[in-house]
Design a protein around this ligand. Structure first.
Ligand code: MN
Length: 301
């Protein structure tokens, strides 16, 4: 149980579409909660079985002020970016792209007609890091350990005596908990961290609350431990971090602090500026067009 802590909040994910027809459950940002630590975006994509001539194909698009974080569960995607990186990500691996002041990338299924199941996250960069040079890192293996029936994989930060190699810039943690049969374990919580859980497969009891795919369960700081239990095969994503403490503006693929920054990034993308560069050879899908910036509700609070 989450001892002496506020009651958890349930946040329903919104179902939307990425690429041409890949259904995703978007849990962050939501009206009820914009961030969990520096985690500011969470899509649970799939599981989906594509038709023989179909796959995920996301055309070139820019990012600023954030890191994109992909945790692959089923399927294979090719990442290409304007730094010249071309990297296939496979199940059990993480791709981490640090946009900093600006980068562009594409994502494509390696083979059409396959399956896809992944968690796609964004991490907001703190003010002192958000203009850094762009970078891309591929992590073919993450540290893990068995724990009372679970197999825990550490995706970011530190927990349970493990330390992830992933390059992050604020106090935070990300974990995958998978079991193939009944399992029950206790996660000691970091003082001052908020946490959230999202079930990717099966169902679990998190801090005594039954959780199924499509909902995020949020825990405010103050708990000492969290019981994570399941009666059957299950996979759970656990996110946490120090409350971010900076008000961000998240619009389209950008994280900024002012409308002027968003407008400048949009202008730079639309004019083909060197800031974002080019992705070669890119995707068969066309480059993405930004929605209108005027009139969007920018305040995240
Ligand atoms: Mn992207």
């Amino acid at each position: 149980m989450n001892q002496n802590a506020p009651a958890p909040e349930r946040i329903a994910a919104r179902v939307s579409i990425i690429g041409e027809d890949t259904p995703i459950r978007r849990a962050l940002p939501s009206r009820a909660r914009r961030m969990v630590g520096a985690w500011c975006f969470l899509d649970h994509a799939g599981p989906v079985q594509f038709a023989p001539d179909d796959g995920l194909h996301v055309g070139a698009h820019p990012h600023i002020g954030l890191q994109t974080f992909t945790w692959m569960i089923e399927g294979e995607l090719m990442h290409r970016d304007s730094l010249g990186n071309a990297q296939i990500i496979r199940p059990g691996q993480v791709n981490l792209m640090t946009a900093g002041r600006g980068i562009a990338h594409t994502e494509d299924s390696v083979n059409d007609g396959g399956r896809l199941h992944a968690a796609q996250l964004w991490i907001a960069l703190p003010d002192g890091e958000r203009f850094r040079a762009p970078a891309f890192d591929h992590y073919p293996q993450l540290p893990g350990k068995p724990l009372d029936g679970w197999q825990v994989t550490l995706l970011a930060g530190r927990a349970l005596g493990l330390e992830a190699p992933t390059r992050i810039y604020s106090p935070m943690v990300g974990m995958d908990w998978t079991c193939e049969d009944a399992a029950r374990a206790v996660l000691p919580l970091e003082a001052g961290f908020e946490y959230a859980a999202m079930v990717l497969r099966g169902q679990a009891h998190i801090g005594g609350e039954l959780l199924t795919p499509g909902e995020l369960l949020y825990f405010a700081p103050g708990g000492q431990s969290l019981e994570i239990a399941s009666d059957a095969a299950c996979q759970v994503l656990i996110l946490g971090g120090e409350p971010f403490g900076e008000e961000i503006l998240l619009w389209w693929n950008f994280v900024a602090r002012s409308q002027a920054e968003l407008q400048a990034a949009l202008d730079d993308w639309e004019s083909g500026s060197e800031r974002f560069g080019k992705v070669h050879p890119g995707s068969r899908a066309a480059p993405l067009k930004a929605p209108a910036l005027d009139g969007v509700r920018l305040k995240n609070a």
